[in-house]
Design a protein around this ligand. Structure first.
Ligand code: NAD
Ligand code: ZN
Length: 380
């Protein structure tokens, strides 16, 4: 089959004869992928910043498709069903799944101390093959995959695998109270959905920071919020103080992650990888812009450790810091409702459709923010 193939940092190739996935466990299903996005999270892999990413791996954790085959212990799905596949692989039974922490499933990734299982996200997330391919093996098929409502556009459905629930959970973890000022760092698909979601929790003001004018234009319209280019203002921290009578934002959301982290990441192997340089990180800005007693919600992805986090400021301000991988299965029913009722129209974020054969160009265009790309979808 055709599949995306990682050759090393910023080297993506199309594999024309990757072996077809097979049922390996009675609870597996094989899904023929019909749409598969590239995510900001894939860029951490693409840039070589995720430990234990191996040459030959196929990425892709945001996909929908048609069930082609099921194992003998799959009872809720049948062959031919069109399904949304959450990016988290979750057993549904372990102590974490029982608390609906599906992003932290123990069974799907028993070696890890932090993250659960994720499709196509290196060996730190379980070493599963991803869905930027014609077919994917989906473990615990009765747990995560959800049949796509017949009236739902596939471009909306594919965004429910990750960025819609992630943005929503970013706002939810912020514990937004009525009238709160919410600052969102990052106007990628995750930040855009966080800004949109913040209003649903009662925000009184939503302010987004990014450096890409086309994304700022988009988020202003899509999420009816204020949006500023952090390269054209003095400094987001100073800006937030000035605009809130020196108080700061009630809630700050980091929807950037490692991209702007100008510090060293200690990998699991003890090797240090220098992250892409940046004068200040979104997380530093989030902590320093937050009001005393405020909440910082982190959905941006970082390596296991990160230097230069102003943890003293966080302590002295009495901040609450929360973060996690989104618990997609927990949020899916609500996200489906929001799409069906028109509250969310996530497919407006999709700017590009590429045939899977063009996966290498798709990564380059998304990574380099070319051609006003916000969210690219691969179609096998
Ligand atoms: P993206 O790469 O499309 O967007 C990131 C945006 O941040 C870009 O527009 C970039 O210009 C902007 N940016 C860079 N440095 C900045 C800074 N210092 N301040 C403000 N903006 C800055 O990525 P995305 O798909 O929107 O994902 C965003 C983050 O969320 C990534 O780290 C990704 O790994 C993470 N993520 C987490 C989860 C989860 O479950 N927690 C799920 C999906 C994605
Ligand atoms: Zn993703």
């Amino acid at each position: 089959m055709l599949a995306m193939n990682y050759r090393g940092p910023q080297r993506i190739r199309l594999d024309r004869d990757k072996p077809m996935p097979e049922i390996q466990h009675p609870q597996d299903a094989i899904v023929r992928v019909t749409r598969s996005c590239i995510c900001g999270s894939d860029l951490h892999l693409y840039n070589g910043n995720v430990p234990d990413t191996r040459v030959g791996e196929t990425f892709g954790h945001e996909f929908i498709g048609v069930v082609e085959e099921i194992g003998p212990d799959v009872h809720k799905l049948k062959v031919g069903d069109q399904v949304i596949v959450p990016f988290n692989i979750a057993c549904g039974q372990c102590v974490f799944c029982k608390q609906e922490l599906y992003g932290n499933c123990h069974e799907a990734n028993p070696q890890a101390t932090a993250v659960g299982g994720i499709f196509g996200y290196s060996h730190i997330a379980g070493g599963y093959n991803g869905g930027q391919a014609e077919y994917a093996r989906v473990p615990y098929a009765d747990v995560g995959p959800t049949v796509i409502p017949s009236d739902m556009h596939p471009d909306d459905a594919v965004l429910l695998t990750d960025v819609v629930p992630t943005g929503y959970q970013a706002a939810e973890m912020g514990g937004i109270q009525k009238g709160d000022t919410v600052a969102v760092f990052g106007a990628g698909p995750v930040g855009i959905m966080a800004a949109k979601s913040a209003w649903l929790f009662g925000a009184g003001r939503v302010i987004v920071f990014d450096q890409e004018e086309y994304r700022l234009d988009f988020v202003r319209k899509f999420a009816q919020c204020e949006a500023y280019n952090f390269r054209s203002i003095e400094d987001p921290v100073v800006f937030m103080k000035k605009t809130t009578d020196s108080l700061g934002a009630d809630v700050c959301i980091d929807a950037v992650g490692a991209e702007a982290a100008g510090s060293a990441m200690q990998t699991f192997t003890g090797r240090k990888t220098l992250m892409q340089a940046g004068s200040a990180t979104a997380l530093q800005w989030a902590i320093n812009s937050a009001k005393k007693g405020g909440i910082v919600s982190i959905v941006g992805v970082y390596g296991p450790t990160l230097n230069l986090v102003p943890i003293g400021n966080a302590m002295n301000k009495g901040l609450t810091i929360r973060g996690n991988q989104a618990s997609v299965k927990r949020l899916l029913p609500k996200m489906i409702e929001h799409v069906q009722s028109g509250i969310f129209s996530p497919r407006e974020m999709i700017t590009h459709h590429f045939p899977l054969e063009e996966v290498s160009d798709a990564y380059r265009i998304f990574s380099d923010k070319l051609d006003n790309c916000i969210k690219p979808v691969l179609i096998p």
